[in-house]
Design a protein around this ligand. Structure first.
Ligand SMILES: [Zn+2]
Length: 331
């Protein structure tokens, strides 16, 4: 008698590739970041039984033309210059590394993740939601990269989605990374079909005043902001957005750098606060039947991967996204 091997169940709209991980093992000693949080989160989701290996969706492979469609030639040339790369990635060691190596260890993973953001847009339209376990490079824009963001994946994902689906016009970007999303604020400066909700620490990088004026909901908050003020501000932002604008799709930058202890964030939001935040955003999207594509954004403390997995598990529990039944909490 032969026992049929059970293959992986159908694909789930979680987008991931091992190519997402940045650098090499041990490189984290040179940068205050867990640069391999992408595989760490994926492995957590597998361990918790939320997804089986092979059920994840692969990111779209981007061509040079795809990338050139949202960046200037001048900027793309800069990506061959080690001083520019060191500035974008804020890793002084990059100055000493050959350009090919920097591209391979840092830039190529970011391009892979940017492809995942494109796939997440498509998958969100099909499933109502999708999560790219990477991307959300919200400081990158057409002619500028900085703040560890080289590829304007949000701009690219929006552009690709609008091209492929003429009925998709109105886009909402909900950017809850602790840093202001100056990249998409610049790229969508004159686009009235894109509505931006931005909650950020007003006392830290990047302090782009034009971008702040561009945000439709400009949610700057001071150093040390904690759960209560943060979640109240988010509720105000979502309420205003719901009143102002009816999007065809939402791109959600779920930076976990609002977490207390983040060396670059300086907010004081707890792990439970991060979980509640993601739940509020998904609740708004799913209740209103707006497809939502969640992207990672920043947040690289070693604890973050587990907290992101907790949050995805909670979304599953509350909304039945992956395996749970909505409103039927797992033990
Ligand atoms: Zn950030």
């Amino acid at each position: 008698m032969t026992v049929k091997k059970k293959g992986p169940a159908p694909q789930k709209p979680i987008i991931y590739s091992p190519a997402y991980d940045i650098g090499v093992k041990g490189m984290e000693k040179l940068h205050p970041f867990d640069l391999r949080k992408y595989s760490h989160v994926f492995n957590e989701l597998v361990q918790r039984g939320l997804i089986e290996r092979g059920q994840e969706m692969a990111p779209a492979k981007l061509s040079r033309e795809d990338i050139a469609s949202v960046h200037t030639e001048g900027y793309l040339e800069k990506l061959n210059d080690k001083h520019e790369l060191a500035r974008i990635f804020e890793v002084p060691l990059v100055e000493k590394m050959p350009v090919f190596l920097t591209r391979k260890l840092i830039l190529d993973p970011m391009i892979a993740q940017a492809g995942g953001s494109v796939t997440a847009g498509e998958a969100a339209l099909e499933n109502g939601w999708a999560i790219n376990l990477g991307g959300g490079f919200h400081h990158a824009s057409a002619d500028k990269g900085h703040g560890f963001c080289a590829i304007a994946d949000i701009t690219l994902a929006v552009k690709k989605l609008r091209e492929a689906h003429p009925e998709i016009k109105k886009v909402m970007i909900i950017d809850l990374d602790v840093h202001q999303g100056d990249g998409h604020e610049r790229d969508f400066r004159n686009d009235t079909d894109t509505y931006i909700v931005d909650l950020y620490n007003q006392d830290v990088f990047p302090g782009d005043m034009d971008g702040r004026r561009r945000a439709n909901f400009n949610g700057g908050m001071p150093n040390g902001t904690a759960d209560k003020e943060y979640l109240e501000k988010l509720k105000a932002g979502l309420d205003k957005a719901a009143e102002d604008f009816k999007p065809d799709v939402i791109f959600y930058v779920a930076g976990s750098d609002i977490l207390t202890g983040d060396p670059l964030g300086s907010f004081n939001v707890s792990a439970a606060g991060v979980v509640s935040r993601d739940e509020m955003v998904f609740d708004y999207a799913l209740k209103n039947k707006i497809p939502i594509a969640m992207l990672f954004g920043g947040g690289y403390q070693p604890s973050n991967a587990g907290i992101i997995a907790d949050s995805i598990e909670n979304l599953d529990r509350k909304f039945g996204l992956l395996k749970g039944k909505p409103g039927n909490p797992a033990p």
